[in-house]
Design a protein around this ligand. Structure first.
Ligand code: ADP
Ligand code: MG
Length: 403
């Protein structure tokens, strides 16, 4: 055996970055989550060349003081958790204080931030974890983080990046998922200077679904709503059985605003379609699950894409009943099965997982709203111009950032 070395903090961060920053899309997710945690109402996401040369996320959130900006990139630096008790009920997207440290260890970063109410902002340049420049600057309230040349100092990781096209599609999916989870935040996403999507941030999940998944998908969805005595809220949309799909790529779940993957939730939804869909056909859904932060552990996965529910049975039942209620209230559609296509989301459904959960079919107590005409009334262009002209309700506060 050779002698044991204690790794330098930079090397430790570069290794840790492997877990958090798998590819440019991971940076987009982490920066958007930070913007949400900062209370942003408007978030702008830009990336170029699949995110490999340039990613910028700008928000109108609380911003950072110069002192906080200086420590934000240190490992285990977080404003969201102060002691071990906090770990039991995490209500923010982040809490580990490792994303900025990890990203800065493998890229060149420029941070521009101004705390709400502060006279001036701070500009910080960081390269491979080192602060190169830190100066006061004039800037709008909020934060803008630019990440350039990801993995420039870790050639082995750089080699594993796929084509710009594939990375761009992963970046777009990451941004879409984050935006889908937060209908109350207006998100604008630009890829190589071209706008990919815009959500109005009016707090209505149908607006987010329409903007992100497109009218064709949105038109096939039925409103779905339910709540359980255990405090589990389910809201969103499930597809009509007449528009089933050949895979699960159109099943979207969020838990307390966090986009998650969950075999449990997939199984709960699919159970509601047991008697209406053929084997090998899958429903589409966009479901927003809300429950007490103490009833869900978000600290079970390195990228927090999966969560652990403390009472899986209740969550399963809540989702199952809500989906069943939506189907029972459905106005019958033509029996012909129709394939619907996803305009933006790229297929990455988990393959062949064993669904281990089941539920007894019984009449739903879940309340279901009548089918909304929302999507049918306008095309994408009209929707867009209505939002921009303000006739569709937007968060009217405005922002000092040009998001
Ligand atoms: P975490 O999100 O787990 O706390 P991060 O490394 O992502 O860790 O961020 C470190 C800290 O930097 C956050 O806790 C927060 O205080 C601050 N921060 C990061 N991004 C922003 C932002 N967009 N606006 C305001 N503060 C931010
Ligand atoms: Mg974070």
């Amino acid at each position: 055996m050779t002698r044991i070395n204690i790794l330098s903090p930079l090397l430790a961060d570069m290794i840790a970055a492997g877990e958090v920053v798998e590819r440019p899309a991971s940076v987009i997710k982490e920066l958007m989550e930070n913007a949400f945690d900062a209370g942003a109402k408007k978030v702008k996401v830009e990336f170029r060349n699949g995110g490999s040369t340039y990613i910028r996320v700008t928000d109108d959130g609380c911003g950072m003081s110069p002192e906080d900006a200086g420590v934000a990139f240190m490992r285990h630096a977080t404003s969201k958790l102060s002691d071990e008790h906090g770990l039991e009920a995490i209500g923010t997207m982040g809490f580990r204080g490792e994303a900025l440290a990890a990203i800065s260890a493998v890229s060149r970063i420029e941070l521009i931030t101004r705390e709400k109410g502060a006279e001036e902002g701070t500009r910080l340049v960081i390269e491979a974890g080192d602060i190169r420049e830190m100066l006061p600057c004039g800037c709008p309230e909020g934060t803008s983080i630019t990440v350039r040349d990801i993995f420039y100092n870790t050639p082995a990781r750089l080699k594993f990046l796929k084509s710009d096209r594939a990375e761009a599609s992963a970046c777009l999916n990451a941004a879409l998922r984050c935006a889908l989870g937060r209908p109350e935040v207006s998100v604008r996403c630009l890829r190589d200077g071209e706008e990919e999507f815009f959500t109005p941030g009016d707090g209505r999940s149908e607006s987010a679904v329409y903007s992100l998944l497109g009218r064709e998908i949105a038109n096939t969805l039925l409103p779905c709503k339910g709540s359980s005595p255990e405090g589990i809220g389910v809201q969103g949309f499930v597809s009509s059985p007449a528009t089933s799909r050949g895979n699960r790529s159109m099943q979207h779940f969020t838990c307390n605003g966090r986009y998650i993957k969950s075999a449990l939730l997939q199984a709960a939804v699919e159970q509601a379609y047991k008697n209406t869909l053929l084997t090998g056909r899958f429903p589409a859904c966009v479901l927003y699950i809300t429950l007490s932060c103490a009833a869900v552990d978000v600290n079970v996965h390195p990228t927090k894409n999966e969560v652990k529910f403390s009472d899986e049975r209740s969550v399963f039942d809540g989702v199952y009943h809500a989906a069943l209620g939506a189907l029972e209230n459905e106005t019958p559609l033509p029996a012909r099965t129709r394939e619907v296509s996803a305009p933006k989301f790229v297929h990455d459904a988990p393959k062949g997982e064993q669904l281990r959960f089941s539920a007894q079919a019984h009449t739903s107590a879940a309340a279901s709203a009548p089918r909304a005409d929302f999507y049918r009334q306008m095309d994408a262009q009209t929707f867009r111009s209505e939002v921009q002209s303000g006739s569709l309700k937007l968060d009217g506060k405005g922002s000092s950032l040009s998001v």
